[in-house]
Design a protein around this ligand. Structure first.
Ligand code: NDP
Length: 351
């Protein structure tokens, strides 16, 4: 089978589209023929290398996939060959106190499949092996490409806003990178809870898409001062929730833009891992600063219900052959991405 493999860190030139052996299926695993697989920023971190995290080589990136089950291990009961599924990329021991309590994201063995696992087991491949626990039914109202674009960003945005920040009706939610993978989900989740999304993006074209998805306020960060705009929009009060992920470049603004007693919830550091915090803001203004990563299968199932009802919609801006993943990564690195870019393996054509 063909897959997109790399054996060391570097630029997109390290990505090789080549033959690899088909994965073996253990009793609790399924083998899935990938019809479509999404690009995520994690694919870029894995390729570039990230301080404090060792990537297992040879590596196949990709944590999102939609496809058809072709083989099920002898102990698998929840799916069978022919089933159409999507992958939930959180893997954990399933045994410890955290897993038993349904907060597998706190398991000491928690990993993002296709990012922190390996060798050779990510979704940018024609066939994948995943634990049967990690597949759920593909929403029937979506194409393969649409379905593959959702799970990782949907579950992350859901956990950030619903579980961690506990978004409420009327909350002003400041969303950085609002037209990116996490942002398009955050706008729709905020709307679902009758909150008031304030979308930040770097172009008017991106902001148009944000508006279509339900953003009530739009800020073009290249033309406008984000802090001034947030103060104007909220009557100088500040945002109830700041949906952070660009990191270094935006952190100080996020700290200033949140209201007294408000919440900053962060899951990323696209522009840098170090954010300067004036601690007086945190204690005088009694801020809640929260981290969040991925989410549980239960959180993904909850969120997927709203995909099935059409309340949360995927935004796929580009569909490329799997071998062109490098091109997709450059678009993401240049902040030119709108919604999600999806890759389709040559041999598994989804149409
Ligand atoms: P995308 O590439 O789809 O979108 C990121 C957006 O961030 C861009 O579109 C850009 O929007 C904005 N951005 C980039 N640089 C800056 C900057 N200097 N200032 C302001 N905005 C900036 O990525 P995702 O939405 O999928 O992921 C975002 C981050 O979250 C990544 O770092 C990713 O690794 C992380 N992440 C973490 C997860 C977790 O579980 N912890 C899960 C998913 C993602 P614009 O230029 O339009 O403003």
């Amino acid at each position: 089978m063909k897959a997109l493999v790399f054996e060391g860190h570097g630029g997109v030139e390290v990505l090789q589209y080549r033959d690899v052996a088909e994965p073996e299926v253990s009793p609790n695993d399924v083998l899935v023929r990938v019809k479509a697989t999404a690009c995520n920023y994690n694919d870029i971190w894995a390729r570039r290398g990230m301080p404090g995290m060792s990537v297992i080589f040879p590596h196949i990136s990709g944590s999102d996939a939609a496809g058809e089950v072709v083989k099920a291990g002898s102990e698998v009961r929840n799916v069978q060959p022919g089933d159409e599924v999507v992958v939930h990329c959180g893997v954990s021991c399933r045994n410890c106190e955290a897993c038993a309590a349904g907060v597998d994201v706190f398991c000491r063995e928690f990993r993002i499949w296709g990012f922190q696992t390996g060798p050779l087991d990510g979704a940018h491949s024609e066939l994948i092996r995943v634990p049967a626990y990690n597949v759920l039914a593909k929403p029937k109202n979506l194409s393969w490409e649409e379905a593959s674009s959702l799970p990782l960003t949907l579950v992350t945005a859901w956990r950030k806003l619903v579980t961690r920040a506990q978004v409420k009706p009327g909350d002003f939610v400041l969303i950085w990178g609002a037209a990116g993978g996490l942002g398009i989900m955050a706008i729709q989740i905020a709307r679902l809870f009758k909150a008031r999304p304030i979308a930040v993006a770097s172009s008017d074209d991106k902001l148009q898409v944000c508006e279509r998805l339900g953003a009530e306020f739009l800020i073009n960060r290249k033309k406008q001062d984000v802090l001034d705009e947030v103060r104007r929009i909220t009557g100088r009060r500040g945002a109830d929730i700041v949906f952070e992920h660009p990191g270094g470049a935006t952190w100080q603004t996020s700290v200033q833009a949140v209201r007294r007693g408000g919440t900053i919830v962060t899951s990323g550091a696209t522009s840098g891992h170090e954010g300067l915090t004036d601690l007086r803001h945190v204690f005088f203004r009694q801020l809640n600063v929260m981290g969040s990563t991925l989410g549980s299968k239960a959180e993904l199932i909850q969120a997927m219900r709203f995909v099935e009802t059409g309340d949360i919609k995927p935004v796929v801006s580009e569909i490329l052959p799997l071998k062109e993943a490098g091109r997709a990564q450059v678009v993401m690195e240049n902040s030119e991405v709108l919604g999600k870019i999806v890759l389709v393996p040559d041999g598994n054509g989804s149409h």
